[in-house]
Design a protein around this ligand. Structure first.
Ligand code: MN
Length: 328
């Protein structure tokens, strides 16, 4: 039996399912959870979506988003858990999962097999593509609602089909979603032209701190900036990309003060620096072009250590490229 058939059999054998993803959810996390919940319901199961930090503003219009639960999981309420796009139970931010039968679906390179059943496909551009595979294996028809959630996930996780890892297969999946009823213009309107004003004010604040040096850029926002702008932590999603959009910049870091002496850092790369490896060095994780981590200490120390690692990564890449061209 292949892995997907095993998962379908495990679903059929259990009635009550919980579906979750990582804390600070992005579009792929939200879209994959919403799509998966509906697929399980179409299979006649009870299914509830959980996201410890709730649904970010941009994704609140997605079908089923208002039903997402943030409360702790009650013991005995479920027979199994889907953990999507997430490398551990811990990163879900939810308690009470580890006792449940679990299924892990992920597209991150080097994701570990922490669950009872694991479906990990690093060539998928978004986790939602794997949720679609699950629907196909289960024989569940893709409704317009499921398609809308899964399309939103792949749209955002590929940076609007811009990132490395966007392949013909990604477009084939997107095409299937559009054929099933996802509306690309409406979804783009919702995701890219519906920002809260506070987020835009925070972007202005962040851009005013922008620094660029030797192919690396960085910006930061403080707790007080967030308060002044009327912005929430979730409004930080995506701001990092503005600092990567600069000619000649290969990698960028966005520092957010989480509490005094604690920073959340988002890293992005155009491909020459593996920012997943850099984040891992700080106990964080992600993709080679998009990752995140936490650091403690003064802002000076936080920037020095993270920017030092980015510089070393870029330097290493230049040396490898030189060695490569000498070898040719
Ligand atoms: Mn993803």
């Amino acid at each position: 039996m292949n892995r997907l058939d095993e998962i379908v059999a495990a679903i059929r054998a259990r009635q009550r399912w919980l579906v979750t993803s990582h804390a600070r959810p992005d579009g792929d996390a939200v879209g994959s959870v919403l799509g998966c919940v509906q697929i399980l319901r179409a299979m006649g199961k009870k299914a509830d979506g959980y996201l410890a930090d709730g649904v970010p503003f941009l994704y609140r219009e997605l079908p089923g988003a208002s039903e997402i639960r943030t409360t702790p999981v009650e013991a005995g309420e479920y027979d199994g858990a889907f953990v999507l796009e997430c490398d551990s139970f811990r990163r879900t931010g939810l308690k009470g999962l580890s006792g449940l039968f679990s299924i892990n679906v992920d597209h991150h390179e080097g994701s570990c097999e922490f669950a009872n059943l694991n479906y990990i496909v690093p060539t998928a551009a978004a986790c939602s593509e794997l949720v679609y595979h699950l629907a196909l294996a289960a024989g569940v028809p893709i409704t317009a609602e499921i398609a809308t959630s899964l399309y939103t996930a792949v749209l955002t996780d590929t940076g609007s089909f811009c990132y490395r890892g966007t392949t013909a297969q990604t477009f084939a999946f997107a095409r299937e979603m559009v054929l099933a009823g996802a509306n690309p213009a409406e979804i783009a309107q919702q995701v890219y032209f519906s920002n809260p004003a506070g987020k835009m004010r925070l972007l202005g604040c962040a851009l005013s701190t922008l620094q660029v040096e030797d192919g690396i850029s960085w910006m930061h926002v403080t707790e007080s900036d967030m308060r002044k702008c009327g912005a929430s932590e979730l409004d930080c999603e995506g701001l990092v990309n503005w600092a990567l959009s600069i000619h000649g910049v290969e990698a960028t870091a966005f520092f957010r003060e989480a509490s005094p002496g604690q920073y959340r850092v988002s890293l992005r790369s155009k491909g020459r620096v593996d920012v997943a490896a850099i984040a891992a060095g700080f106990g964080g994780g992600g993709h080679s072009c998009a990752s995140g981590l936490g650091v403690e200490g003064s802002f000076h120390d936080a920037t020095r250590s993270v920017l030092g690692a980015l510089r070393a990564g870029l330097e290493q890449n230049s040396q490898n490229e030189q060695a490569g061209s000498l070898a040719r």
